[in-house]
Design a protein around this ligand. Structure first.
Ligand code: SF4
Length: 383
């Protein structure tokens, strides 16, 4: 076992492998709360596949070996089987992708047919991340999801029947009208589904989304700060009691073997390459990102140009602050050696310990779930 950032590396990890992310920018319809880039016009899928192949080629010298591949979006599960096969074939031709690594595909319940699942498994997909979001049909309707609870359950049965033993389920809490009792019922339902991994996000009104517009106009009211904190702590204590480790602000796993390897590369500031419109990349020193326009992405690659829209090189101080920001969002915490603890900061640390927000070990500061609630503020107290 390799010790990395205070967290034991999961079994089977290949040391030094980078992470590869493919942004699939297509959805069947847009959900009002979503800020991820996607279009509902599938006509461009064939051109997008060609463009991803060209973009991969542009990076074949800078990135070679990957031990995690994440097909996200957008809605990768809507891709026709032949198209997904073509993408996987292209990526495997250009790069070396460890077949025993973590290979995730994001899916929506309505897309899962036995035929597709069989095809994905044969293509090397070994982890599915399913956007269930709620186990209440009224809430699913509010979120304008295209599936019902019964369809989500059927999709999970199909995933298991197809032999996938690494399943993440996404859920959203903090919906209008939700209270501790209804969320507890949902949590009971979630635990009964026994996924290996769970991502539970608070519903937030991201700038520019229809939800944000409705919240601003007063049409929709979201829970206040106190209720949101209560949902967060309820989620954490309920799932911890059911054997799920709350290892990152929004993520839970049944043991370290099921920590999301790909996402941990973001949190641990490891190298990752993102292909597709709006995808972000980091090579250990520099980060860059593609623009949020499929049309521009296709045009740039048709001219053989990198579709990056912006790029930055972080100074050593920025890198240190970023490492603290990300570290305090995970159960690994941050190394005491990375903090210069003067008497004033030691006083702050003692106050955080007595408030139950931080645990100090001989080498690290570990945030508790209460600490996760203020994770974004913690680094500023130690800088
Ligand atoms: S939440 Fe998922 S399905 Fe809905 S618009 Fe965003 S990416 Fe598409």
């Amino acid at each position: 076992m390799e010790e990395e950032n205070g967290v034991q590396e999961e079994r089977g990890a290949v040391r030094g492998g980078d992470g590869l992310y493919i942004h699939v920018p297509f959805c069947r319809s847009r959900c009002p709360y979503c800020h991820f880039y996607s279009t509902v016009d599938p006509a461009f899928i064939p051109q997008w596949v060609q463009a991803v192949g060209k973009e991969a080629d542009l990076y074949r010298r800078r990135f070679t070996h990957f031990d995690s591949l994440y097909l996200g979006g957008g809605t990768p599960s809507l891709l026709p089987e032949a198209i997904l096969g073509e993408i996987l074939e292209t990526l495997n031709r250009v790069f070396s992708i460890d077949p025993c690594g973590e290979i995730t595909l994001e899916a929506n319940p309505g897309d899962l047919t036995p035929g597709k699942l069989k095809h994905w498994k044969a293509g090397g997909i070994n982890r599915i991340s399913l956007g269930v979001q709620s186990l209440n049909d009224r809430e699913l309707e509010f979120l304008k999801r295209r599936h019902t609870v019964a369809e989500a359950r059927k999709a999970i049965d199909r995933i298991r029947y197809a032999g996938f033993d690494n399943l993440n389920l996404d859920f959203i809490y903090g919906l209008p009208g939700q209270d501790a009792g209804t969320w507890r019922q949902t949590l009971e339902g979630i635990a009964a589904l026994q996924p290996e991994h769970l991502s539970c996000y608070e519903l937030t009104a991201e700038a520019g989304t229809p939800l944000d517009r409705d919240v601003r106009s007063g049409k929709i009211g979201l829970p206040g700060e106190r209720e949101r904190r209560a949902f967060f702590l309820q989620t954490s204590s309920f799932l911890e009691a059911r054997g799920y480790e709350h290892y990152e602000v929004s993520n839970f796993a049944r043991g370290t073997a099921h920590y999301a390897r790909h996402n941990r590369k973001y949190w641990n500031r490891r190298r990752y390459l993102g292909l597709g419109p709006s995808a972000h990349s980091f090579d250990g020193v520099r980060r860059w990102w593609n623009g949020r326009s499929l049309k521009r992405y296709l045009e740039m690659l048709a001219r053989g140009r990198r579709p990056a829209e912006g790029e930055e090189t972080l100074s050593p101080e920025q890198r240190r602050l970023e490492a603290l920001l990300l570290g305090f969002r995970t159960r690994s915490g941050v190394a005491l050696a990375d903090l210069s603890l003067n008497p004033e900061r030691r006083k702050v640390l003692r106050a955080l310990e007595s408030a139950g927000k931080i645990i100090q070990t001989p080498e690290r500061l570990i945030p508790t779930p209460k600490g996760f609630l203020v994770a974004d503020r913690l680094p500023l107290l130690f800088c």
